[in-house]
Every structure is written in C-alpha cells, then in structure tokens.
Design a protein. Sequence first.
Lengths: 356, 550
Amino acid sequence: MAFLELERIRKRFGDLVVLDGIDAAVAEGETLVLLGPSGSGKTTLLRILAGFETPEEGRLRVAGEDVSALPPARRNFGMVFQHYALFPHLDVGKNVAFGLAARGVPAAAQGSRVAEMLALVELPGFERRAVHEISGGQQQRVALARALAPSPRVLLLDEPLSNLDPALRERTRRQLRAVLRRVGITAVWVTHEQQEAFDVGDRIALLDGGRLQQLGTAAELYSRPASRFVADFVGQASWLGGRRVAAGEVEVAPGVRWRVAADAGAASAGEVAVMLRPEDACLVQPATGVLAGRVRASRFTGHATEVEVELDDGTRLLVASHEAVPAAGSLVGVEPLAGRSSPRAFAPAGGDGGAP
Amino acid sequence: MSRAPRWAGALLALVLTWLVGYPLLVTLAESLGLPAGLDLSSFAEFVRRPDEWQAGWHSLWISAASVALAALVGIPLGFLFARHEFPGRRLLGSLVILPIALPPLVGVIAFLFLYGESGLLTRVVQLGLGLDEAPWRLNGPGAILLVHAYSLYVFFYLFTRAALARFDASVLEAASALGAGRGYTLRRVTLPLLAPALVGAGLLTFMTALGSFSAPYLFGGGFRVLPTQIVASKLNGELAMARVETVMLAALAFLGLWLVRKLDVDRHAVAGGARGIAPSRRRLQSRGARLAATVAGWGLAVFLLLPHLTLVLISFVPPVSWTTELLPPVLGLVNYESLAATPERLRPVFNSLWMALAATAGALLLGASAARLSLTLRGRLGRWLELLLVVPWAIPGTVFAVALALTFSVRAAWMGRFVLVGTLWILPLAYLVRSLPVTGRSALAGLRQFDARLEEAAASLGAGKVYTWRRITLPLLAPALAAGASLAFITTLGDFVTSIVLYTYDTRPVSVEILSSLRLQDTGVAAVYGVFLMLVSATIFLVWGRQEGV
Ligand SMILES: Nc1ncnc2c1ncn2[C@@H]1O[C@H](COP(=O)(O)OP(=O)(O)OP(=O)(O)O)[C@@H](O)[C@H]1O
Ligand SMILES: [Mg+2]
C-alpha cells in the first residue's frame, strides 16, 4: 500500500540533531502534511526527500525502489519552493517547460504540455508573461505548474502559501488542493499552520524537535492526541490537575469526579493532567460535585461565546457556550459534555506540556 | 552550489598568490634589505630627502583636494539627474559616466587639446582678448586637480543617484507633513541620509586620485606625486628608492582599503534593496524651471564631455595645417589614412588588442573560478582566495607594475622568480594581474546575488549538472561576468601606468605610442589613437559594462 516510505531518517547539523529517526509511509495519491513549530525540522525533512540534503541514517523508498542514493535530478520528485524559485530570466512558458526540456521532450510536445499545465492552474495563455510581472498568487501557481509538468512521482511543497496575504492564502489553498486531487499525485506538504494542515492533509505528521510526535488524520490528532504537545498544537485546550480514583475516573477538585479517556501512558499514574477542549464543556449552575469558578471574561466568536472561567486555585478553563453568558465575576459551574473526546488524562507535566 | 574539490582551491590559491601577493611581498622584503639582513637605510633616505617625502605629501593633498572638487561637480549632477525629468535625461545620464570608463591617458590628452597652451579654448580666449601669449599654462598641481575633478566626479554622481533612487519617498513626505520646507528637508533629512553614500564616493575618489598617474606624468612637470616619483626612480635606476616609494604608496592604499571595507562602501554603489518607494522624478511645473533644468543638464554634460569632443576634432586636423587660426582651417582624414597605411603605426593597435584580450580572458577564467571556489570552500582557504581577489583592486597600477618589474627581472626559479622583464610575456601578465580584481569582484557580486535554490529547482525538475549550468547558472551570471570582463578589457586596452614601466619595443601598446606621437608633435595621430581607445572603450562600456554600476 505504502508508496513513499521513510525509514529511520536521522540528520544532524554539527552537534544539533535536527531529525531523530523519522518513520513514515505515504499512500499513493495521498497528501501528507508535515506540521510543526518553527525549527522542528520540516524543511530539512522535505529537502532530504528531494535529495538536497543527505541524512546520516535512514532509507527512502518509492514504490519499493530505494532512492536514497539518487541525486535530485534523477529522483523525479517535483518541488514547489517557499519563495517559488522561478527562473527570473525565463518567461512563464519556459519556466513550466524547463523540466520537460531538461528531459529532452520535443519542443512541440512541450508546448501542449505547458498549455495543459497552465490551464490546470487556471493561468491559460500566460506563456509569454515575464515572471516578475505576475502577482504572488500567480507566481505560486506557475511554480506548481512547473513542478507538475514533468509528471513527477511525488510532489513536495515547502510552505507554499506562506508568501501570500491571508485573503489570497485561503483561495490559493483551495485551488492547490483541488489541483492535487485532480492530478491524483502523492504529495508532501510542509506548513506550520494547523488550519492549513487540517484543510489540505489526508494525514498529518506532527514534528517537534526533530521527532515525529504523531501521525494520523486530522480527526485523530484532534480527538486522540498522543501527547500534551499534540493536544496543545492542534487546537485549544485547557488543563487542570487531577488524581486518578478509579479506572477512567479522575478527581479534578475535592469531591468533583470526571469520567476521562486515557491512553496507556496516563493509565497507571496517580497524578494526571486533564485536558478539556472548550467545545466539550458547558456552563451549569454551581452545585456540590460540580467544578466551580468565576467568570473572568468572555469573547463572542460567531458560532459560540468563549468564556474564561477561573477556579479557586487560579487554574483557568475555556468553555464554548451557546447560551446567555453570566456577567463577569458570577459564580458558575463547569461540566464536561457527555460522549466527547475530552476530558482526557495525560501523564503529569514533565515541563513539556502546555498546561499552566 | 555543488562542492568544489579542495585541491583545486589550493592550486588556484597558489597561482594567485604567486601572481598577486608574491611580487608585493618581494618588494616589501627587499625594501627592508631582506634576505641579507634588516636594513632600514633606504627608508631613512626617503625621510631625509625633501623631494621624496614631499612627493608623499603631494599625493595626499592632491587626493584630498580632488575629492572636494569631484564632490562639487558630482553631487549636484546626481541630484539633477535623479530628481528632474527633462528631454535627453536618460542618454545624458549614461554619457556623463563615460569619463571614468575611458582610459585616463585619453582624458589627459583630450584636456591638453582643449585647455593646453595651443588648445582650442585657450586660443579662443587668447584671440578674443587679443593676448600675445596663452592666458594660462596647463601644468602643476592646478592642472592635475582640474583633470581629476573632471573625471572623478563620476563616483559622486553615481553614488548620489543610486542613494536618491533608494530613498523612501515617505520620509520626504513625512518631513513636509511636519512642516519642513525644501531647504530644511535637504539639510536635515536628505543629506544626512545620503552621508554614508557620499563618504563611500569620497573614499573611492581618494583612492583613485592617489593612484592616478597619467595626469601628474603629463602635467606635473617638476611637481611629483608618489606614482610619478616611483616611475622616475625606476627609470633612473634608483631601485632601492623605487622600492621604498612603492611600499609607501602601497601602505597608503591599504589604509584606504581598510577604511573602504570597514565602512562597507560597496553597499552604496548599487541601487535597489529599497524599502518603500523612491520619490518619483519631478516633472517641473513651471516652464521656466523646466527650461533651467534642461539647460543645466545639457550644459553640464556638454561641458564635461567637451574635452573628448575636442579630441575627435583634432583627429581630423591634418598635420601642420593649423597654426594661428581660431579654428582649424581644414579637416580631413589624413591622420586616419596615414595610420591605416603605416604598419609601424598599426602595430600598437594590434598589440593593445591582443594583450587586452588575452589578459581579460585569463582574468575572467581565474577570477570567476576563484570567486566560485572562495564561496563554496569555507574556512581559511576560501577567505584567502577572496582576499586575493578583492585586495589588489585598491592597489595603484604603479605599485603592481614596479613590483612585477622588480620581482621578475631576477632568475631564481626555486624562489618562483623568472626573468620576464624585457620579454613578450611580462606586459600581458601584468595586465592580467590588474584585471583580476575587476573580473573577480564582479563574479563574486554575481555569485552572491545568485539564488542557490534556482539550481535546486532545476535539479528537482530533472536537469543534470551541465544542463543546469548552461540554462540557469550561466545566463544568470552572464551580466555580471560580462560587466567584469568588459571593464577589465577597457582598463587594459588603454592602460598607461603599467605599460610605461614594462613595455618592450615589440609589445608597445597604444598608450605608449600616443606619448611618442605627442613628443614628435604628431598631435593628429595621437588624437586618432585616442579616438580609437575612446570609441572602443565607450562602446564596450555602454553595451556590457553598465550592469555593475562601474
Ligand atoms: N544548513 C543548516 N546548517 C545548520 N543548521 C541548520 C541548517 N538548516 C537547518 N538547520 C537547523 O535545523 C533545525 C531545523 O530547521 P528546518 O529549517 O528544517 O526547520 P523548519 O521546521 O522548516 O522551520 P520553519 O518553520 O522555521 O521553516 C533548525 O534548528 C535550524 O536552525
Ligand atoms: Mg522551513
């Protein structure tokens, strides 16, 4: 099934270990997003796939063939660069034709392929335009057309939208996604934006500090995060301390017991950190056995009102409320909604989590 | 960029060191009495003899005064062309750069023909006022300064224009929104912002004036500066003194270079890298002001180019046909014909062409390879290569000529020294050494701007190394390489400083022939040679040389 396979990829620059044993597999036609904070090693991993960097260890296979030792020009991987890297002395048509010409495709065949590619990215008839005369979004799409023209086996994209302003970004993102689907190409897409990752990725590989934190669909990462880092990175999360009292049951405050989901790591611990997503909680009347706090602030976000509740010990929780919000300072109760993915218990913070 | 093998870098560094650094070192060592033993008596002699240290002093103050005069011409000219739109602005804007691109010797003889004792303007004034003799004599420090101001203003002009083009218009708008008038804005905003560029232009002017040879040689008379003093000592056979003078001049040049690097002068030389939008050129509102700008632009340009126009005129004046008349009574092609018909007179033209071509090709190859290696090989070897490429640019031609002459007139093969002086090889070799910094610097600049990701993009599209080099790297570097090569060609084609020290009868170049024609009162032929150098240099410069901004 796996078309592109990464096996124990390890890379360092001097003493700095930038990638620490990355394993991943991408199915044919699938878009894998490499997501992670700045400096997590996303670009380095992509450049290793392209062949511009050589890993200290690890293999890379495409359709079973080991390509680790192939130079970039022989890998037949297309790449869309962050700053596009369009050839400034060639026009749009010649840029798109470059990979074909390099492979010795006859001129006539080049012309029709270029036209086809430009039509694909909705820039028909742009052949004669100079690359510095077209807008950023158009340059972006020329870069995509250029990368796709030689029919690469895998397409690599390094933060392809980061140079566009926010309004344009969303539209271009949809266009790119549509093109990838239509061509049916296997793609690896680097971004540090969770929204973008969820939108374009069939699956997401979350990197941090050169380690793969979790690989899965957006829904898996969101509702079953493998670590506190993942939970924080892919959505809003509130954290409160607790003590396990029974299997799947945690006391989050004296006399307040919540049923929680837990992974193996947290199952055996006595002290745990409990993660609660705002949309999995609701505000109730204060009562015994209910977590109580005071409303600090609220913010209307359109589909809900985000209420910040401060507990007696200073812990703050976010609750997405769909009802009238009590005034700031009022005493309220917070309860998890039944049948949701959170609250979730994690092993207590070793300083690496995002809990306050 | 792909890795280059270390041994290639080491080999290249060795060759360049032998060509560029070694002659300077040999001269320094021998001036100190080495290897026999440390002996400072030559330096003591330099300090004791008034005409020696005075030459040093003259060099310094002439250079300083040249800076002041060049600024006086160049800065207003820069403002005029950067800020005002008038008919012919683009053409004139390129033409006024020419004086720096033309061989200095051509400028000097052009000056002679215009302002010299029997020059065109001199006659006009003399006949107009009914004087018995020329109203002025073109010699001494005044004449040298005039020639310097006339050609070195280009640095100030270019730097001012580039800096103004880079200017963020919103800064000026902010000043006027705050109620500042034009004069106040100029004093408190524009000039302070221009200051770094002007300091850079001043330093380049100073360094060029310091190494200037042709003007002091032809107009100096008894007034010696270091470069002319060095050549005089060399020709008189006072080799010990020539060495000390050379070391002193090189030391001054190194001091200047150190300042240039410290102040990062190159940064100001080219336009671009701007934040914000440069102020648009003012279309002058009132007709009077527009007329004034047009007249000023054309007037200044014609005034600055007048000597060279005179040179063209003189080349058409048949021998001994022009005696006391205001304007030449007859014009014709006699001089051109006599040059074309006399193999002896064509010889220097061929000499100059082949030597310049060979030196440029060699310098391009060595300079570009060294530039590439200095960027790919990190560490000490890379830095040393860069140093060898960049440093010689600041060293006056006289220093190199004399250092090469002294180093390669001795046979000591195990020391890397051969007798080349008096052979065919020494002059092209010297030209190559002088061209290296020109081609090397532009190759470095081109490579630094080159985005290595473009090569990666090509590779990701399946292009091999050779294909990428041919389709991407070379086309993108070509403008920088062409600019470097054409400047190197121009410099060597019209070279006078190096040639006068190292030429042999068989390799005598055009510049040397110009001088002997002048000595024989053959002004027409000298002018034809001058026109030849001028046309070839100007054409090459305007077509290929401009990308680098000089
Ligand atoms: N050529 C290099 N030499 C030395 N260190 C490098 C090099 N390239 C990257 N690094 C280091 O490797 C780490 C990972 O860099 P990388 O560019 O892969 O991160 P990234 O996830 O793409 O970050 P960003 O989101 O900021 O682009 C960083 O700490 C970076 O400083
Ligand atoms: Mg990156």
